[in-house]
Design a protein around this ligand. Structure first.
Ligand SMILES: [Zn+2]
Length: 365
């Protein structure tokens, strides 16, 4: 299989390394993405794995470094294309964002809309244009795709499963979305970590989450794609790194790239409440306070269960916030200080929204 990404060209039975030009600097030099192509001796699917689009999320980088070994290449059919860091500027400066694009870099993949020229608006940034090129590389070559992230301190290791949207009346697009959605569920089950859908459809569009890497690839290219959140940012937890490597090898088994039994996922909490879930930020404090969490990531909760205590600076209890939902705790924001209205817990709550649905009526206007 001939496959070239940037300066890396696949070779049967080998791991090749190269670079993909991302952004040229005004002062000379450029940011390039490190590219790894690992190809087995036999034909098979092309599995894209990327990480590090947020510069503080480092676990996925280590997962790619450790996953791709000469031993693995001897065993696989098909090809792994891996990019350990999609945002070299953010990684270098230890920021979520790249300093040459003001905004979340994981909201820059194509959205399917026709660009409109507006002389009063800045055109797409160099980074947005670079990601549009990279999207085309993924679309051209990928059979399935994982993008690796971190959620933050003490969060579960889990999958965010995107919703798939199609244009009203486009029956072929609806059918394709149903097929891709079913493949994404299978892939998430093979990965074996906790799974939750992202926000409900309207919030999803508000947050531009349809322009996240995996959402854009699954919706616009029809390639099954999942976002894996690997617990803590910055210095990774080794047990999460190893559990993600086992999960990705299981995805290769699901995809027919690797033989052998599915590996058990060990060393991390895996939660299955027995019903579909989506994320919601909850337990919003009613006054300025410090909180003491009463539930940990992975804990199942029911309506009425106490989630956090609000205390003043001296430690006197101001009140207790209880859960309005059944679900489980995904993560807690960093720190214990909160201003009124801020959420103190990220919960996975029961999901009654469709996983495949229509774009909002005015989306393409
Ligand atoms: Zn991220």
């Amino acid at each position: 299989m001939t496959l070239t990404i940037g300066t890396a060209t696949a070779k049967r039975g080998e791991i090749v390394y190269g670079e993909y030009l991302l952004v040229q600097h005004p002062v000379g030099g450029a940011d390039s993405l490190p590219v790894i192509i690992a190809q087995g001796k036999e034909d098979g699917p092309v599995f894209w794995i990327t990480a590090g689009i947020h510069g503080i999320e480092h676990a996925g980088i280590q997962v790619i470094h450790k996953l791709i070994t000469p031993e693995l290449v001897k065993q696989i059919r098909g090809t792994i294309v891996a990019i350990p860091t999609l945002n070299p500027a953010g990684l270098r400066t230890l920021e979520r964002q790249a300093y040459y694009h003001n905004g979340d870099p994981n909201r820059l993949f194509p959205d399917g809309r026709t660009p409109k020229f507006d002389p009063d608006k800045t055109p797409p940034s160099a980074l947005e244009q670079a990601y549009a090129r990279l999207f085309e590389e993924i679309k051209r070559s990928a059979s399935f795709y994982f993008d690796l992230h971190c959620m933050g301190g003490n969060a579960l290791s889990f999958i965010f499963r995107d919703r798939l949207l199609y244009r009203k009346g486009d029956e072929a697009a609806r059918k394709r979305a149903e097929v891709v959605s079913a493949q994404m569920d299978e892939m998430a089950r093979a990965y074996g970590h906790t799974m939750s859908a992202d926000f409900a459809v309207n919030k999803y569009i508000d947050e531009k989450l349809n322009r996240a890497t995996t959402a854009s690839v699954s919706m616009l290219a029809g390639i099954p794609a999942l976002t894996a959140e690997l617990s803590i940012s910055y210095t990774p937890a080794p047990e999460v790194v190893y559990a993600a490597m086992a999960g990705l090898r299981n995805v290769m088994r699901w995809g027919g790239m690797l033989d052998g039994d599915m590996e058990p996922i060990t060393g991390i909490k895996v939660v299955d409440p027995g019903y579909a879930t989506r994320r919601r930020s909850v337990a919003r404090v009613t006054q300025a306070c410090m909180v003491h969490h009463l539930k940990e990531p992975g804990d199942l909760v029911q309506v009425g269960d106490p989630l956090v205590e609000m205390r003043d600076a001296w430690g006197r209890v101001l009140g207790v916030l209880t859960s309005e939902y059944d679900g489980f705790v995904i993560s807690r924001p960093a720190g214990i200080l909160f201003y009124p209205g801020e959420a103190t817990v990220l919960l996975a709550i029961r999901d009654d929204e469709p996983l495949v649905g229509e774009y909002p009526e005015t989306y393409f206007d």
